[in-house]
Design a protein around this ligand. Structure first.
Ligand SMILES: *[C@@H]1O[C@H](CO)[C@@H](O)[C@H](O)[C@H]1NC(C)=O
Ligand SMILES: *[C@@H]1O[C@H](CO)[C@@H](O)[C@H](O)[C@H]1NC(C)=O
Ligand SMILES: *[C@@H]1O[C@H](CO)[C@@H](O)[C@H](O)[C@H]1NC(C)=O
Length: 397
């Protein structure tokens, strides 16, 4: 099978430019990645947890591992992986838009260029790559609130992810010296993709809300945004300057919530989507406020994956998909078992590129490529106030 893949730049052009441009020009800026299973690159492999993606068929289309599982909760690259591997924008004379879906060829890791994947913080030798690729602190089942995901036992809540970043920062200061480290953090992208699990627990009737009474949706959304603001400010104080703050996608459409709420075929849960949309609205306002408060020293970009994924679901055939709402792996009903079913055709679709959802919770790489392309190069409806490519290039005053 062939998967639609992104062509980042003509490889001939890359080869030609590598000879002309000093090598520093092609080194991408580092990514420091925080959040949940949408970005986890393997941290949960090192935890005692029920939230793991360390066995086939997870990773089956991941170019850089040759199809071996890496702990990523999808069949291939996450959106953060894709952002970390857009290199050409630092080269002059290279017209290298993400040319999504157009090739039909499968690019190998080599064709993508020297890979730049921020390693999971908990991997034994992750610090070897920290000064070039950055570090990934993401952890499946974690949330903005410390208690979120406790059902799964092991996970790294956002608070602890930032504690870990503090340790990374101390190491980088030691190896680079203060001036170079400050400049390094100024240029690095800080990607925060959290909140999905907090909202999922809130909308799941079966999960007790920390043993207390559930707050009303508006108070819940306010508390979530307020906690996230606290963490963004902390990262800002620690030297982070370029932020990609992800909204939460349409949770009412994920196979898990659709099954939980017995949604008829083709329908999403309006109530789950309402809670999510309310949170996203407040989050966007907070990001605007942060930009005003911090001035040109810092740049916060709000990404609107909600509308992008909704649009893909509504017009899935236009995007080359055959199935908008069923997962490729694990089936549409509990227990949604995707891990370890590699040889059962009844629980694994034959063509991953035709599905929007990989498992009951996560999009396929094919969907991630489309979303990432819009965040990188889209207009203010996709990424606000500037897109991610402009954020890469943003020069602090
Ligand atoms: C970390 O160790 C693994 C296994 O030994 C190796 O494959 C990988 O390349 C190493 N990564 C770095 C960044 O050194
Ligand atoms: C975080 O949310 C909790 C409610 O779950 C709230 O009590 C606490 O004050 C919030 N913290 C911040 C810094 O907003
Ligand atoms: C799955 O099938 C492949 C090829 O048919 C075989 O090589 C592999 O050993 C099987 N794996 C399991 C876990 O049965």
């Amino acid at each position: 099978m062939t998967l639609p893949r992104a062509i980042y730049c003509s490889s001939v052009l890359i080869a030609a430019l590598l000879l002309l441009v000093p090598s520093s020009a092609v080194v991408p800026h580092a990514l420091f990645i925080f959040g949940d299973s949408l970005v986890d690159a393997g941290n949960n492999d090192y935890l005692v947890t029920l939230s793991k993606a360390n066995a086939p068929p997870y990773g089956v289309d991941f170019a850089f591992s040759g199809g071996e599982p890496t702990g990523r909760f999808t069949n291939g690259m996450t959106i953060a992986d894709i952002m970390g591997n857009v290199k050409c924008e630092f080269m002059s004379n290279c017209d290298c838009k993400l040319d999504l879906m157009s090739s039909g060829t499968t690019l190998s890791g080599e064709a993508l260029g020297q890979k730049s994947l921020a390693p999971p913080y908990l991997a034994p030798n992750s610090s070897a790559a920290m000064a070039s690729s950055g570090i990934n602190y993401g952890s499946g089942s974690s949330g903005i609130f410390d208690d979120t995901g406790s059902f799964y036992i092991g996970r790294i809540p956002l608070r602890q992810q930032i504690d870990y970043f503090e340790k990374t920062k101390a190491q980088i200061l030691k190896t680079m010296g203060e001036e170079a480290a400050t400049d390094f953090f100024k240029k690095a992208l800080f990607v925060i993709a959290a909140g999905s699990n907090d909202i999922l627990e809130y909308v799941s009737p079966s999960v007790p809300f920390f043993g207390r009474e559930k707050p009303d949706p508006s108070s819940f959304q306010d508390a979530l945004v307020s906690n996230l603001t606290f963490y963004l400010k902390r990262l800002n104080e620690l030297g982070a300057r370029k932020f990609v703050v992800s909204d939460v996608g349409p949770l009412g459409c994920i196979p898990y919530v659709r099954a939980l709420e017995f949604m008829p075929a083709g329908e999403c849960s309006a109530s789950a989507n309402r809670v999510t949309e309310g949170y996203n609205k407040k989050l966007k306002r907070m990001v605007e406020r942060m930009n005003q408060e911090t001035g040109p020293e810092s740049k916060f970009v709000y990404t609107n994956t909600y509308d992008i994924v909704m649009e893909i679901i509504q017009n899935y055939r236009q995007y080359g998909f055959d199935n908008a709402l069923d997962p490729c792996c694990g089936g549409s009903f509990p227990p949604f078992l995707c891990i370890g079913i590699v040889n059962s055709s009844s629980s694994l679709c034959s063509d991953r590129s035709k599905y929007v959802f990989w498992d009951a919770f996560h999009p396929t790489e094919a969907a991630n490529l489309i979303v990432a392309g819009k965040l990188l190069d889209g207009d203010a409806d996709a990424a606000f106030p500037i897109n991610v490519r402009q954020l890469f290039q943003y020069d602090h005053k």
